[in-house]
Structures are given as C-alpha cells and as structure tokens.
Design a protein around this ligand. Sequence first.
Ligand code: AMP
Length: 519
Amino acid sequence: MTILDKITQTASNYPDRTAYHTFCPDDLKSGGVGSSLNWKQLDDYSSRLAVYLDRTLTTRKPVVVYGHKNPYMIVCFLACVKSGRAYCPVDISVPSGRLGLIIDEVSPELVLATEELPVHGGNILSLPSVISVIENETETIDKACRVTGDDVFYIIFTSGSTGTPKGVQITCACLDRFLEWASGLGGGFEEGEPCTFLNQAPFSFDLSVMDLYLALYTGGTLWAVDKRVQGDMKLLLKTLWESGAGVWVSTPSFADVCLSDRQFGEKLMPKLKRFLFCGETLTNHTAGRLEAAFPKAEIINTYGPTESTVAVTEVRVTPRINETYNPLPVGKEKKGTWILIVDEEGNELPDGQKGEMVIAGDTVSPGYWKNRKLTEEKFGNREIEGRVYRTYRTGDRGYRRDGLLFYCGRMDLQVKLHGYRIEIEDIESNLMKLPQVRQAAVVPVMKDGKARSLTAYVAVKGTAGEAVWNSFAAAQEIRGLLRQYLPEYMIPKKIVFLDSLPMTANGKADRKALGGNGS
Ligand code: AMP
C-alpha cells in the first residue's frame, strides 16, 4: 500500500486520533497548549487544498512550501502530492539569499508559505489564504491526480560544493520502498496501537522524512519540536515529557544536547522504546550514555544520504555491539539495497578493505533537480540479480567486517556539523562572493572523529592591513554578510585573517597547513 493510501485508510479508521502536534513559546504566552491536527483534518484539509492546486495551477511544476513546524506545513506537503505535484520544503532557518536561489532553481508556479516569506515576487499563497481556501472548498481531490510510482514526491535541497544548493529528487516509489523497510525497524509498529514519533529535524532535511512519514505510514502521531523550544532546555524537557513519545528520531548530536541535562532519561520519557539515529556518526560514548539513561529502549543506528531516501542500513546497538566495535557499525543493508565498497577505478574490494561506499537499490534518487552534469557524475545504473537498479556514489569511505558495514569518513570536503550536511566549498564560495574577500578556506575543527566547529581563514582585498582586519569587529562583519546567504549552522565560528593563504603546488589552498585534512 502506498503512503497516500495508508493516510486515507488511517483517517477513515481513526479520524479523531492526533496526527500532528507542535508547541512553540508563543503558545505559552497565550496560555495555549500548542497546535494539533487530527487524522480527519489532515486528510480533509490536504484534499481540499489539492483541489485548489489542481484547479488553479496550469503546470505540474513542483511547489515550494516554506515555513517551520506549523501543522499546515504537513497539510501543504500532502496537498501537493495529492494534486500530482512534488513539493520542495524550505525551513525558516534558510536565509533569504539562499531561499531566493532555491526558488530560482525550482521556478515554482506557486509558493505555499506558512510563515512570512522573506523574499518578494512570484505567486505566493500565505497561511491565511491557505486556511481560507480549505474552509471554502467543498470538493475533494480525485485519487487519479496523485503522484505515483516514478513521479517525484519531494525535492530536498542540500549543500552544494559550487555555493548553490542542489535539489535531490525522491520519487513516490523510493519513499514507499523506504517506508516498507523502516516501518519494520526494531520490533516494527502496530497499526492499532498508535505510537508518537518525535520530530527534531527541520522539514527541509531528509531526516525528518523518517519521523514524518513513519508516523503517517504507521497511523501514529508526529510530535514536532519547534526550533525555539530546542534552544531552551526547560521548554525542551517539558515538551519531551508531554510528548509521551515512543520513538525518537534525531541526529546523535541532538541526543547529546539532551544528555547534557540529568533529567533526560527514562523517568522523563517512560514510553520511549526506540531511538532511531541517522545522519552522522553515533559514537560509543553517546550510545553508552543512552543505554544508561534509557535501559529499556533500543538504540538503532541507520545510515544513508538524502540521495538514497534517508537511510539504507540498520543495526541495533546493543551493549555487546557497543563493547565490541569502535567505531560502531552502521549495519546491514535493507532488502532491495546493496552497498558496494569500491576502489578509485570502481572495482569491488574484499571485506576489511576501505573504499568508497556506492549504493545500489530501489530507493536511489533519479538524480538532482535540473542538474544533468552532476547527476551523471554521481548516479548510474547496475544490474543486480537480473534487475537494473540506480546507483549513487556517496563519497563516503567505508568497509565491511563481520558482515557489518562501517563508515570511516569522507573522500571529499563534506562534513557533518551538529548533524547538518555541509560542503566546505559551499561556505568558501559564499565567502568569495563578499567584495572584501580575496582568498578563503574553511577548515573543520575535529574532536573524537567529529567536526565540532568551523574556522574560516580569510585574506582580504587591498591594503586594509592587519590592524583593521584582525579585529573582532571585522570577523563580525564578515559573519553578518554571510548570514544573507548561509544558514546559521554554516557560519564559521572563528574567522582568522591572513595576509595570504598557504598554497599547495597545484595552486589550491593548503588545508593541511591550515589544520584541515587536506583532501
Ligand atoms: P544527509 O544527506 O544529510 O543525510 O547526509 C548524508 C551523509 O551523512 C552520508 O553521506 C554520511 O556521510 C553521513 N551519515 C549518514 N548516516 C550516518 C551514520 N549512521 N554514521 C556516520 N555518518 C553518517
């Protein structure tokens, strides 16, 4: 059964069950408890909005959906796919300059905005209009309009090394194959017994697909944690307690943030039975602390890039696994996926040898939105067991041991910082856009194998001199200018001004000399 069929089925079987809940600091001020949607509302509202989209839009172009955790975000996503259009989610953490680039790339016929849009122009339907459309619409969308099979379901933009984000297209079939597998993770989920899934990641990151669509696929509830709540430990603990969540989905970094408070444990979240991690290295230390704080919950490490629909491997990190392996494994491939470890020529390597992880399988994206060159570079096809599957060259280094896959770093300059995927060159290109900057190199500061912060080395134009440019104020100015183009997590914590950057023999910035890994 497809995700959209499942949603209709749950809405008809359990109309009053809560499908979505969120809470933000403003709710406290107004004495409210947050905003929710039940399953009937979710299904009805999205169908009515889909009728409007079908009636008013003249093309099948993707629709950009802008906002944060407002319940209508989900209504908009589903309305798009019910009307036969892919959606492209953009979170409020994306600054206006970058949002503009994404909108230019997608060139949507319509932007649905559940928060005030910081850019002008184009055809925009703001939240009050979305609500009014839903209230006044009497018809409901024909099932035949929906996206199916190889139609694109969503496009998620991720950091691109050119300085422009790249849009990963995920089809309906990819999402369905992912959900068939992910809904069986750990002990699986009972349809009659609703489970609450915690959502931490913004909807513009594919990790959120894991919680959002697992909640919808299994007929549960999504409990979304607003970023302002995530930034306030007292409110965060309050919402974690109130959530009654059974499944935790986040990056390990977010679990580390929560573990910094001693209240975070079984007593705070007594129903929590499963942690699903993805997106970055789960360290032995974090797994060990979680085992101690939640002795009854299972910890599952999953691995995968946005390009292969969230995750393609899994392993339950038991205390025995945690004692046996350092680093922890990322596990075994899901059914319908094969990970090949290959050398630079693309030859498969034997177990134990490190090489690039190439994913082949039924959840690999058809490619990047409007970027044939990069798609041809990274994606391909391969026949396995008599069927042709899409392949994706991840740029991740890994190896296989004891039948388990292990991730051991990147082959390029991509890093994960606090769970966010960042191409270092993306920051450098944006630094180079600034009129003051002549040369720029960004280097991650590593600790225990994880990037902890970013340092930018910058040489400025002209003869402004050290006295001016070595100052704190100058670093603040550069950071301020960068914020027009880059989200906060990509802004280097430290900016070091140099007269000129050290160079390698082939004329590139010498990252090793600057303390980086030089690749
Ligand atoms: P994203 O597309 O944001 O999900 O980022 C994908 C990248 O995150 C992968 O290519 C890996 O480099 C990294 N990654 C994902 N899952 C894991 C994991 N379980 N352990 C280590 N790195 C991971």
